[in-house]
Every structure is written in C-alpha cells, then in structure tokens.
Design a protein around this ligand. Sequence first.
Ligand SMILES: Nc1nc2c(ncn2[C@@H]2O[C@H](COP(=O)(O)OP(=O)(O)O)[C@@H](O)[C@H]2O)c(=O)[nH]1
Ligand SMILES: [Mg+2]
Ligand SMILES: [Zn+2]
Length: 284
Amino acid sequence: MKLIDDQLTNPVAVGDMVEIEVQNTEQATIHKVLPRKNYIARQSPKSRHQVHIIAANIDQVILVTTLLDPVYKPGFIDRFLLTTEPQNIPVIINVNKCDLHGEVEMQQYLELKKSYESIGYRVHETSTQNHFGIEDLKIAVRDKVSLFSGQSGVGKSSLLNAIQDDLGLKTQEISNYSGKGTHTTTFAEMFHLHSGGKIIDTPGIKLLSFNNLEVMDVAHNFREFFIASRDCKFGSQCTHRNEPDCSVKTKVNNQELSEARYLHYITILEEIEKQNYWERSKKY
Ligand SMILES: Nc1nc2c(ncn2[C@@H]2O[C@H](COP(=O)(O)OP(=O)(O)O)[C@@H](O)[C@H]2O)c(=O)[nH]1
Ligand SMILES: [Mg+2]
Ligand SMILES: [Zn+2]
C-alpha cells in the first residue's frame, strides 16, 4: 500500500514528527512533516482514493478485543492485522473483560491464544474490573509508543485509565439496545506515561475496508501463508485457491494452519475482486 499525498484526508497525524516555525509564545506553524517510520492508515470505505492516517511512528499496536460484550466478531482480528502487517508493526492481541468469561469463553480464549501465538502474535487477557493482566500490560507499554485500537465498547479507554489513573478518559456504558458502544473517543490522542512511553487512544473501528489492496497484497500479508507459499507450485504468486500443489491448502486441510484464518482470507479476496469488477465495469 503506497501513500500518495493527495489521497490523504489529513496531512498531519498523531505521532508525526514535524518541523515548526515559532511565531510567538502562543503560536507556531508546522512547515514540514518528517518522514514516517511507519503509520496506521484507514481506507475510506467510500473511495479507494482516500486514506486517513490514524497515527504515525508507533512501536506496537495493542489490539483490544472481547469475547463478550460486545461479542467476538470472527474475522475482525484477521482483517485488522492486514493494516499492521504490511508495515511490520508488532501487535499484541489483548482480550479484555475476562471477568465476564465463563467456561465457554475460557476455552475460546485458550484456542485463540494458541492459534495466534503459533504465528507469532502475543495474546493476553485483561480486566479493568478486577485488574487481571493490567500489570503485564503496563510492562508491555513501558518506554514504547503504543496505539490502542479495536471496536467501540471493548474497553480501550478503560484500559488506558487502568494503566495510568490520572488520565481520566471518558468511557461509555454499552447501549443495551444495540450492544454497541457509542462513540466517546472521537479522534486519536496521545498521552505520555509517567513510567515512560506514550499511549494513543483511538476511536472505535466500525468497518475495515480494503478497497486499496490487490489480491497479492492480501496473500503476502497473511504471514504464515506467505511463509508456506515457498512450497506452493506457484510460489509467491499463488493465491491459495484453485492452484495445483498449493502448500497453504494442504496445510489447512492437515490442520497445520488455521482454517478460520483461511476462510477470512478467502472472504477478503472475494471482496476485493468484487470491488475491482465494479470499478472496471464503471469505466465502460
Ligand atoms: N465487565 C467489564 N467491563 C468493562 C471492562 N473494561 C471496560 N468495561 C466497560 O465497557 C464499556 C466501554 O468501555 P470504554 O473504555 O469506553 O470502551 P472503548 O470504546 O473501547 O474506549 C464501559 O461501560 C466500561 O465500563 C472490563 O474489563 N470488564
Ligand atoms: Mg474510547
Ligand atoms: Zn498456495
């Protein structure tokens, strides 16, 4: 995914390093945004020509998710990882609200942990109600720039408050009617930690759209599929669907790779192809 300046809806984002010209004691003008080490961008669902940079120059993403309240949305993690993987940004999958877990969710959590840790993502559990896992989270964010992301209502702002209690971020009751959080956090904001490091709170993600990606971008950014593609007959050009001698399909069938991830992968490819089809047919 390449960024082209006139696609951007925001020229400067949280985490950008800039050169400023000081006008007076109260005012300064940004006259240059320094090159970014990396960035998290969100594609506009309406136009493949519009990209919004959520934050730049980050060390890691804490992807906050829940199994209950709001209920786990299969596919969301895999879709989200497509926004960090092309930039090689480390992601910690943080399952919050573990105080709500019963037997079923405990099992679900262990499976999720095993599955994502086997492909190199850290997974851990937290609760801002009983403080389970908060100390580990504090250690994980120390001296780093961490972006907290995830759907509305999963507890991003609550976790930031638990990490440092004087932040006093607003949190929101889940609306019983829709099961969705309303939007308390409306823009990305960076906070400095007394213990060292910076954390960025972001508004909840409603929809992740990939109309800027091509099929091969997706194939190359499901990391374990990319590794397995070395043994596909068509190598890094294999889309792991109908090609003969596909190592990814073989490994999914043998349960060496996650079938759930594979199905999410196929869904994303189909979305992209449908989109490309409509774009092409509009031209005629
Ligand atoms: N049971 C439970 N509720 C939580 C937990 N963390 C946050 N909440 C609640 O979830 C709701 C949404 O939290 P908020 O931090 O605003 O979520 P955000 O939209 O991701 O920033 C609030 O009502 C919080 O009190 C948790 O660990 N356990
Ligand atoms: Mg929030
Ligand atoms: Zn293949």
